[in-house]
Every structure is written in C-alpha cells, then in structure tokens.
Write a protein that binds this ligand. Sequence first.
Ligand SMILES: [Zn+2]
Length: 431
Amino acid sequence: MNTAKLSLRGAAALPVLLLACAGATAAAPAPVAVTAIKAAHMLDVRSGALINDAVVLVSGERITAAGSKLAIPPGANVIDLGAKTLLPGLIDAHTHLTGNPEDAGYSSVRISVPRAALTGAKNARLTLQAGFTTVRDVGSEGYADIGLRDAINDGDVPGPRIAASGPALGITGGHCDDTMHAPQYNAIATGVADGVEEVTKRTRQIIKYGADVIKICATGGVLSMGDDPRASQYSPQELKAIVTEAHRLGRKVAAHAHGGDGIRLAVLAGVDSIEHGSYIDDEGIKLLKEHNTWLVPTLYLGDWLIDNAEAIKLPKPLLEKAKVVLPAARVNIGKAIKAGVPIAFGTDAAVYPHGLNGREFAVLVKLGMTPIQAIRSATVNASQLLGWSDKVGAIEVGKFADLIAVDGEPLKDVTTLERVQWVMKGGAVVR
Ligand SMILES: [Zn+2]
C-alpha cells in the first residue's frame, strides 16, 4: 500500500518538475523593482520627531529602508513629493463602510445586503483616498463587510485593509437588533443572541463566516429605536461568555458602550476596546487604565449628524437622543483623555459621509490631546488594537508600504490630515 502511494506521488510530481525547468531556461526571474519616495519631511510617529530630507525605499508591498538622505539604488523608480510631509497610512478603528448616513432612519429597511456591499465598495474607495489605508469595520448586517474585505484583498475593488467584524452581537431589542419594524415583520438582526449558550454559538458562527474581530452591543445606542444609551444590555455572564469564546478563537472583542454600567461590565469581562464611551465616569476611567482597555471615541459625528438630521430624515426620537448623548460624550471623553486612558482613533463613519474621517483629529486635539498624540491614536495605537503592529501603523522596515503625504505641518495643525494629498497602499500609489 505504501509503495503504491509513493509511486503515484512520484508520477504526479514529474510534470511539475518539467514545468519548473522549462520556466527557468526561458527567463531568469525579474528583479523586484525598487521605488524610492522622497519628501522634505517624514514624521516618526513613535518619537514625534520630524525627519528632514526623507527617503523611503519600497520593494514589492513592503518598506525596505526609511531615513534621512538615504542613497537611492540605481534604476529605482523615484517619486519626489517635494515639500510634503510623509506619514504612515492612517487607521480608523471604527467604521461601517457598508452604510451611508441616509440609512440611519426608516430608509434602512429597503437596503438589501448585496446593495450594502456595493455601497461598501464606493465607501472603501473614498476612505482609502482620504488617507485611511486600514480600517476596522465593526458591525455589518449579513456579512457585507466580510465580502468587501475579501474583494479588496483579491484586488477586485480598491479600498483599505479591513479588519471586519461581520454582524454585531446584541440582545433582542437592543442597539444591534432591527428595531425599526412593527412586530408582524418579525425582523431580527443576524447578530442577535440571548443567554450564555446562544451568545457562545453566535460568536462561533460569526467567526466561522470570516470575522477578524467580534463586535458586541453592551449598552443601548443613539441610532436605534426605543432603547436607552445609558442602560447596559448584555449581562456580565453573557459578556464573559462572548469574550472567552472570541479570545479562545484568537479574535479581539470591541464593545459598543455609552453608559457607565455597560462600560464597567464590558471592561471587567475582558473586552479589548470600548467604542464611543460617551458616559465614561471616574470608575470607568480607572478600570480602562488598569486593564489597558482601548477607548475608541467617535466624536466628530455629533456635529455632522445634528446639522444634517433633517436632510437625512433622521426619525425624531433618534435626533432627541443624539442631542443629549453627543454633547455629554465630549465632556466625558475630554476627562478620559486628560486622565491618560489609552485612545485609539475611530469615527463611526457611515453616521456621516465616508472620506471625512480626518475631521476627528481636530476634535481630539480640542479635547486635550497634542497633535502627535492624536496622530499616534490613528497609527501606532490603532495598529496595536487591531493586533496588526507588525504590519501597519509606522514607517518601518518590514511593514506594508502604506504611506500618505500632506502639505503643511501636521504637528502644528492636525487639520492638514483632513486634506491628504497623496496615498500609497502596499507599494502602489492610489492617490
Ligand atoms: Zn458604530
């Protein structure tokens, strides 16, 4: 039996060998082209130092050298960005690429999953063009974000690298359920699961269908009908079960949480990040610091949503909630920032138009961050939260050549990051 198997293997290997030989005689493997990017300045996001006469060498998708006045290898393809400042590609740790602002109200009920995926293709391009070369997409009905991630990875559509969550887990009638329908429609969101057994199974299912990260709704929310953002939703036992299962299977957990109780319960259950954190209190601040849990504030959206509520036909009860929660969030997040809670950059883009993600920087600075701290939140910090520190988040040898360039001085004026002029993802210029 063994002999028969061996001879079969031998026979199968022969054509492969012949093909390999034919390839080798036809042409020597082409040398991988080197691209040299030159710019007047480059920001070292770790130290905060501005490096002058910057050169970054890129081979294939990766950075092979970065520094001041580096020798450019002969034959390299040179991209000279003149007076611009180079930074690593930005990371947004809270997007919903498959959603649009107009989808916040009742119009959402007419949007199919395939339509949402195509919306995602448009928004992925806008996000990438805005300088966000990596996003974490947290909560997408019907796995539209997973399909989008795969299409981008396969080169079918342009877009950022995506850590995708698939549908968010939530309680029946909670922020992550379909709460816009009358009972006779029996509308239940994909991620709804109640009780320890159900949440464990749903976590496994969502991972089965491709989630990189697990998103949960630990409290009520703003853009859902009939729930209270300050009320916690999952019980401590359910939260613990989700986190245990996700971590066992190598996935991090992002918890949507506005109210103080939900924030505390989620941190104690071991989640990796608190999203929004609007009513974070002194106890919450202490817990996040102790447990090294990331806070992902999403603040700029308040300005846009309230200004455009009428245009997007936001139902009145949701607007009333927004007017209370969003200003409170700025006060409480301001305290958390000043207290030194670890912050990763997020926007909740979809609540406002994709591509305006950079407007979050100015709000963070207004609430007490220095420009370099705000920039770190969207580079080194966010890459740590995603577990992608080896791939993205800094201009360093071995990392993906995800780079952006801006005019002006981002360390003096973070709004330069709202006007990214040049973008490279994985060694290819995309803007
Ligand atoms: Zn969100």
